[in-house]
Design a protein around this ligand. Structure first.
Ligand SMILES: [Ca+2]
Ligand SMILES: [Ca+2]
Length: 268
């Protein structure tokens, strides 16, 4: 099964948009174990008669510990350091940490009856970079729940196919009150219900930052290093919400080879 498009319009040097797909380099996160076959194709419109090339494939991965750093209590505006231990379990890499604004998260595991609707209100602030609502992991594996997101009265997103794993993601969402509606479309007949995981989140620079040094750490196979990030929360999240910072460990070529997180309890 190809993991990329094999269309004759996609991803060729001197032809397609390299910003949309890099013809000379690709990376695949969390690759399925097994034998991968790499096919290099010279497009018929190649401007060069001869196209010598070299092919290099690398298997990379960095273990990040702890996976979640718990900060039970921080002071608003005050930086707190967060240390991760990186262990390179695969081929040599040079990596940096990539942080960004934290997310304000509300998560719970409610129960919904067939035919019922449950609503969640999320007040998304000015300048938010991402809004996500997600449901799934139903106790009844055959249940079909659906997800619809409104801003005011306007529907701005929906995920409603035949299962219960549904997510809506909105980049740069305009500020406003968002209403997430979970629809118990089908469980196991009238009168039945199921528990499910619910999670909504938004990221915004006004919540704070997770900053990381820009100097790359060189990690040969088996090497360990400490990555020290700085977490600054600017304000307490609303009631029922918590702040969550996400760290990506990125190679100098741009591939994500590990992930970590910071969970912030209270902001004083
Ligand atoms: Ca569904
Ligand atoms: Ca689905």
């Amino acid at each position: 099964m190809p993991v990329d498009s094999t269309a004759s319009t996609a991803c060729y040097t001197n032809f397609s948009n390299a910003a949309a797909c890099k013809p000379q380099e690709r990376d695949y996160q969390n690759p399925i174990a097994g034998v991968w076959e790499i096919e290099v194709e010279s497009r018929r419109t190649s401007p060069a008669l001869n196209n010598p090339f070299q092919l290099r494939a690398r298997v990379q991965g960095v273990q990040v510990e702890p996976s979640v750093i718990e900060l039970p209590s921080v002071s608003a505006g005050e930086p707190t350091s967060a240390n991760w231990t990186l262990t390179n379990t695969f081929g040599p890499v040079a990596v940096t940490g990539q942080g960004g604004p934290p997310s304000s998260v509300h998560a719970e595991r409610p129960t919904i009856a067939e035919g019922a609707q449950q609503e969640y209100l999320v007040d998304v602030p000015e300048g938010a970079t991402l809004f996500t609502a997600r449901i799934g992991n139903t106790a009844n594996l055959g249940a079909d729940l659906d997800l619809t997101v409104f801003r005011g009265d306007v529907q701005v997103g929906q995920a409603a196919d035949g299962d219960s794993e549904e997510a809506v993601t909105i980049a740069n969402p305009p500020a406003g009150m968002y209403r997430v509606v979970v629809d118990g479309y089908a469980v196991d007949g009238p009168g039945t219900s199921t528990a499910y995981d619910y999670r909504d989140s938004f990221s915004a620079p006004s919540l704070g930052t997770l900053a990381t040094p820009s100097t790359a750490l060189a990690l040969p196979n088996g090497a360990t290093a400490t990555l020290t990030g700085t977490v600054t929360a600017q304000s307490a999240p609303g009631a029922g919400r918590e702040l969550f910072g996400e760290l990506a460990v990125v190679t100098t070529e741009g591939a994500v080879v590990g992930r970590g997180a910071v969970s912030i309890g209270t902001v004083n």
